[in-house]
Design a protein around this ligand. Structure first.
Ligand SMILES: [Ca+2]
Ligand SMILES: [Ca+2]
Length: 246
């Protein structure tokens, strides 16, 4: 009986599902279900029964010194979002006098981030129209700390002597009585949006300029009406240059 019991313990310590030596017959008995009616007939403890010793499923492997089986890594969805670039709507020529609005409106952007941003594929919107930026060249890069002018007219001879980096579609019009100007990146993520009304510093012949790119440009008090003309124009503003709010 002692030999039989020891044989069973060794089998358990070796993590063998079931294998012990019969003291009567001296042969190995195999029982995948931890079950042997003969052991019960001999009056030994029923250590082989499924009730007393469950099979491997549910065993505490860590307690037995074996590393637990790690579950397979779940299939994570790909990250389709990208950080939104730090591009700011920084100045707008809404109501020109030197040339008509249809020839002279422009929007200045500022890159307040730390890396160059390519505006190719971005969208500029007003309240009822949108335009996808599709530059003729490889891209439309805006370096960190840089200014870039989008305009309704890229011809400097007819737009009031403004260096326009990109001419958008003429369906984009900056209403003189209030509008919504929105910038989306090439993944249609909102980058910036400014909703202005006649309560904002809208003065004919003067661009509306953000006092600082760090300010909240959704607030009218963050803006001023430019007071200095740019070269070759009598209209006031600073296209492509830092703003000069008094
Ligand atoms: Ca206008
Ligand atoms: Ca400016």
């Amino acid at each position: 009986m002692e030999r039989f019991t020891a044989g069973c313990l060794l089998a358990q310590l070796a993590l063998v599902p079931a294998c012990f030596v019969s003291i009567d017959e001296g042969k190995i008995l195999q029982d995948s279900g931890w079950h042997d009616s003969r052991s019960r007939e001999l009056g030994s403890p029923d250590v082989h029964s499924t009730e007393a010793r469950p099979p491997d499923k549910g065993r505490d492997l860590a307690a037995e010194g074996a590393p637990p089986d790690l579950p397979p890594a779940p299939d994570l969805p790909p990250d389709t979002t990208a950080p939104v670039a730090s591009i700011v709507i920084n100045e707008m020529m809404v109501d020109c006098t030197f040339v008509s609005d249809d020839f002279g409106e422009w929007i200045e952007l500022y890159n307040s981030g730390s890396s160059t941003v390519d505006l190719k594929g971005w969208q500029i919107q007003d309240s009822n129209s949108f335009h996808v930026i599709q530059p003729a060249g490889a891209g439309l890069p805006l370096p960190p700390g840089g200014y870039l002018v989008l305009g309704i007219n890229g011809n400097k001879a007819t737009n009031g002597n403004v260096d326009v980096s990109y001419q958008y579609d003429s369906s984009i019009k900056l209403s003189n009585t209030g509008d919504v100007v929105t910038l989306l990146d090439d993944k249609s993520q909102l980058v910036d949006s400014v909703t202005y009304t006649t309560a904002w510093p809208l003065i004919k012949g003067q661009s509306m300029a953000l006092k600082s790119p760090a300010l909240d440009n959704s607030l009218p008090q963050s803006w001023c009406a430019s007071t200095q003309p740019w070269t070759g124009s009598t209209d006031k503003g600073s296209p492509g240059q830092p703003n000069g709010c008094p």
